[in-house]
Design a binder for this molecule. Structure first.
Ligand SMILES: NC(=O)c1ccc[n+]([C@@H]2O[C@H](COP(=O)([O-])OP(=O)(O)OC[C@H]3O[C@@H](n4cnc5c(N)ncnc54)[C@H](O)[C@@H]3O)[C@@H](O)[C@H]2O)c1
Length: 314
């Protein structure tokens, strides 16, 4: 008995890294899986059907059911075809894991229009395109009287939630996906669809730094032996399987960190201290000259102005 027996799932970018681990875990938990991967370089260049096929073979060799798909999530018609592949092959769709991603890290002054657009296209537009087509299917099902019990799990990053130098494109896309997750949860609740997100981790070609051959081998050995390795990108997958399952029917619109052996809950943006401008005549527009003092004392709670931002000084 698995947590996902009888469910049908799509995992995008599932030919490598975090997505591969998710596809394997969803299949281990009983889901039939569409393994999507364009198979390009880490910067989004090129394409190769090999990685998606390899993961499908791995799932089948373990007794699971899977089918490959090599559409790009950036392509509107491709995303529609991806959703159609699940329905045509396995008869329905219950789970969408939006994981595909690329990187084009540069400082803002060096970042080209293409660096920005291509990263936004894969992460943010790709997540929206797959969500749109899956949501259209679930809405149809709901209107036909087959209320879905469906789940979307999106992929964010601390770069978007906390910021990271050199990742303006990537961080903006990931912050956008966090917001999209909340809006998706609000809009699709009526159709029986939940939406959550995880910030995963693990040593992949995208995680940066040089991973030594010894480290790669140690991760592979641990995976083959069914042992825990803290850098295994598959460590994020159990949280995805749980969020996708009916065990998490009470969880929607949430963002979690799922890295190594840690699960943590991200608090959403929320209002902190506030101040209102009230005069003898009643509420009034602020005079900008008064705001320094109000921000330092009432908002930052710091009377000496120590939190004031200085040009070039931070
Ligand atoms: N590895 C980490 O530490 C880490 C940390 C935070 C977030 N993430 C996120 O996890 C996700 C997976 O990253 P990863 O580290 O496994 O990287 P990865 O490069 O190993 O895997 C990403 C996969 O997405 C595929 N892909 C790229 N563009 C695609 C497209 N247009 N359509 C379909 N597939 C496409 C690639 O071919 C690749 O197989 C990404 O969203 C990434 O931002 C990873």
């Amino acid at each position: 008995m698995g947590l996902l027996d009888g469910k049908v799932a799509i995992v995008t970018g599932a030919g490598r890294g975090v997505g591969r681990g998710e596809a394997l875990e969803l299949a281990r938990q009983g889901a039939k899986v569409v393994v999507n991967d364009l198979g390009g370089g880490v910067d989004g260049s090129g394409a190769d059907k090999g990685p998606a096929h390899d993961v499908v073979q791995e799932i089948k060799s373990r007794g699971g059911e899977a089918v490959p798909n090599s559409d790009s999530v950036t392509d509107w018609a491709g995303a529609e075809n991806l959703v159609g592949t699940a329905i045509d092959t396995f008869g329905k769709l219950d789970i969408l894991v939006n994981n595909a991603g690329i990187l084009r890290d540069r400082m803002i002054v060096k970042m080209t229009e293409e660096d920005f657009d291509s990263v936004i296209a894969v992460h943010l537009k790709g997540t929206f395109a797959c969500t749109h087509h899956a949501a259209s299917y679930w809405r149809e099902q709901s209107k036909a009287g087959n209320q879905p019990r469906a789940a979307i799990v999106n992929t964010v990053s601390s770069a978007g939630l906390q910021g990271n130098i050199g990742q303006a494109n990537y961080g903006a896309a990931k912050a956008g996906i966090a917001a999209l997750t909340v809006i998706t949860s609000l809009e699709l609740q009526q159709y029986g669809v939940r939406a959550n997100a995880i910030a995963p981790g693990g040593a992949t070609r995208m995680s940066g730094g040089v991973i030594s051959d010894e480290a790669k081998q140690a991760i592979a050995d641990a995976e083959a032996a069914g042992e825990f390795h803290r850098l295994d990108p598959g460590n994020s997958a159990p949280m995805v399987a749980w969020l996708a399952s009916d065990e998490a029917l009470h969880v929607t619109g949430q963002v979690f960190k799922a890295v190594g052996n840690e699960i943590a809950h991200y608090r959403p943006w929320s209002l902190g201290a506030s101040a209102e401008n009230l005069t003898r005549e009643g509420p009034a527009r602020w005079d900008p000259a008064r705001i320094t003092n109000v921000v330092n004392t009432d908002i930052f709670g710091c009377r000496n102005g120590g939190l004031r931002m200085r040009p070039g000084g931070g």
